[in-house]
Design a protein around this ligand. Structure first.
Ligand SMILES: Cc1cc2nc3c(=O)[nH]c(=O)nc-3n(C[C@H](O)[C@H](O)[C@H](O)COP(=O)(O)OP(=O)(O)OC[C@H]3O[C@@H](n4cnc5c(N)ncnc54)[C@H](O)[C@@H]3O)c2cc1C
Length: 469
């Protein structure tokens, strides 16, 4: 067997988990972390898996919350990030919050103590050399500039972004289709389209003016000084466009031209909000051109004033941040491998997932896939019905790449959420159809119990019933 090590670049949430998983599979690992030799604008310590901001891994509810489910699947897969998190948790209601120093200290200690892991404190200045035949780049949102440039050279400059520009995403089944209608502007049938590719939400003049006022009055998050102000025409936040004049949005993303309200054809809408299908499952729609720095609570409040979105549930809210991430759906294969360079994988936030837990989960998968290859096996992909599989599928294929807006990238970072899973039928209670909140909770429970059973099978663990015997 080839005993050359797997090289993991970056000892953050993803790289630490990737190194652990590969070593636990019996493969030697060299983990390269540049801190403390070189720092980033956000990290403050030389600890591995440092949490740069909040100390929360979010909800730990594995039955009705998607990130809680991801926690549970990671625990089943022997995650180091989760075991260190569990060992250093602090009280936070239903959330899993951790003592950040204790957590990072435990991850560092476990990795240092592993007999198959060598940690090298050095910056990797460019792409891995050719003799690193199995490598994982997990250098995160603040990847050092030299390596970022090399990634841009190999992927093409357009495929690496240094800021995200996130528009909110809405669960399709919470959009009121008695108010909205499907239509592409001028019924245009684009590549792969039908002429009915967008969901349209109509506004009259009064609603539009009130909406613009609400955008201007809403509270915004500020950029950190080191982030700079990355505004460029083509991805301006919606509220900045609104500041340029009351009619600006009506001539931009909210223009009503070429659209006829299917519910009221004789009345022309004064403005229209469009949503475009975001995933192949058709469960998620993104609000076109609605990237924003409004605070999350204000986004929910203001966007629910849009006709048809009064009861919208958001799978993701908008944002604009300093980030470094690649256009994974076009660049990576299903095992996170760069199509143009087999043996080189990406993991963590640089793949276009978002958040500590998601980054660690993608690191876990990359570590397992690389180890399997080193051991001469084909990487076993997690089923789509699991949180692992749903997140992986978003990154490597489930997201629909839009090509009808030249110059823009539709692939934007994403947290795990229920819209990424194949839908289930809502179970009935005593033969009766459930409604409202009861229906939502029952559907979530059905998705999570299917996910945990399928995850156990994927990991070849005994089922819960077998384990209880
Ligand atoms: C300011 C800021 C605030 C954030 N707040 C939150 C939050 O509150 N909650 C949340 O869930 N997520 C937050 N995030 C996102 C968070 O960074 C990620 O979720 C998570 O840390 C990503 O994990 P990762 O392993 O991909 O990257 P990181 O954890 O950043 O790890 C990458 C590692 O690679 C190292 N590295 C970089 N380049 C090189 C190189 N060339 N050679 C060697 N080593 C290198 C870095 O030093 C770092 O240790 C925030 C991000 C930023 C920038």
């Amino acid at each position: 067997m080839n005993k050359d090590p797997i090289h993991v670049i970056g000892g953050g949430l993803a790289g630490s988990e990737a190194a652990w998983q590969a070593a636990e599979a019996g493969v030697p690992v060299v983990l390269h972390e540049m801190r403390p030799v070189r720092g980033t604008d956000a990290h403050k310590t030389d600890g591995l898996a440092e949490l740069v901001c909040s100390n929360s891994f979010r909800s730990d509810d594995a039955q009705t919350n998607a990130v809680g489910l991801l926690h549970a699947e990671m625990r089943l897969a022997g995650s180091l990030i989760m075991s260190a998190g569990d060992a250093h948790q602090v009280p936070a209601g239903g959330a899993l919050a951790v003592d950040r120093d204790g957590f990072s200290g435990a991850v560092t200690k476990n990795l240092e103590a592993h007999p198959l892991i060598t940690i090298q404190r050095e910056e990797v200045p460019g792409l891995p050399p050719a003799d690193w035949d199995q490598a994982i780049i997990a250098t995160g949102p603040l990847t050092a500039p030299g390596l970022a440039q090399s990634i841009a050279d190999v992927t093409g400059a357009d495929a690496l972004a240094f800021f995200d520009a996130i528009a909110p995403i809405v669960h399709f089944d919470t959009i009121d289709m008695d108010i909205c209608w499907f239509q592409s502007r001028y019924d245009k049938v684009g590549p792969g389209g039908t002429g009915k590719d967008y969901i349209n939400c109509p506004m009259d003049k009064e609603q539009y003016l009130a909406f613009v006022r609400a955008l201007l009055e809403g509270q915004k998050t500020e950029f950190k000084q080191w982030e700079g102000t990355p505004y460029f025409d083509g991805c301006l936040p919606i509220e900045i466009m609104a500041e340029r004049g009351v009619e600006t949005l009506r001539h931009g993303p909210m223009k009503p031209m070429g659209l006829t309200n299917a519910h009221n054809p004789s009345v022309k809408a004064y403005a229209v909000v469009q949503l475009r299908q975001d995933n192949a499952l058709g469960t998620l729609y993104n609000m076109v051109g609605f990237q924003t720095k409004l605070k999350h609570a204000d986004q929910v409040r203001v966007f629910r004033t849009i006709p048809g979105l009064e009861n919208a549930e958001f799978a993701r809210l908008g944002g604009l941040h300093r980030n470094t991430y690649i256009n994974s759906p076009t660049l990576l294969d299903h095992s996170l491998q760069l199509k143009s360079r087999p043996g080189l994988r990406f993991a963590g936030q640089i793949t276009g997932c978002e958040g500590y837990v998601e980054s660690a989960a993608i690191g876990l998968l990359a570590g397992r896939f690389a180890a399997a290859e080193r051991l001469g096996q084909a990487p076993a992909l997690p089923p789509l019905t699991t949180a692992f599989g749903a997140l992986l599928n978003h990154i490597t294929g489930g997201h629909i790449v839009s090509d009808d807006e030249p110059g823009k990238r539709s692939f934007q970072p994403m947290n795990i959420n229920f819209g990424l899973f194949p839908p289930v039928e809502a179970p009935k209670a005593e033969g009766k159809r459930l409604r409202g909140k009861d229906k939502t909770v029952a559907k979530r429970r059905a998705v999570t119990s299917r996910a945990l059973a399928d995850c156990r099978e994927w990991l070849r663990l005994p089922s819960r019933a077998e384990a209880a015997e």
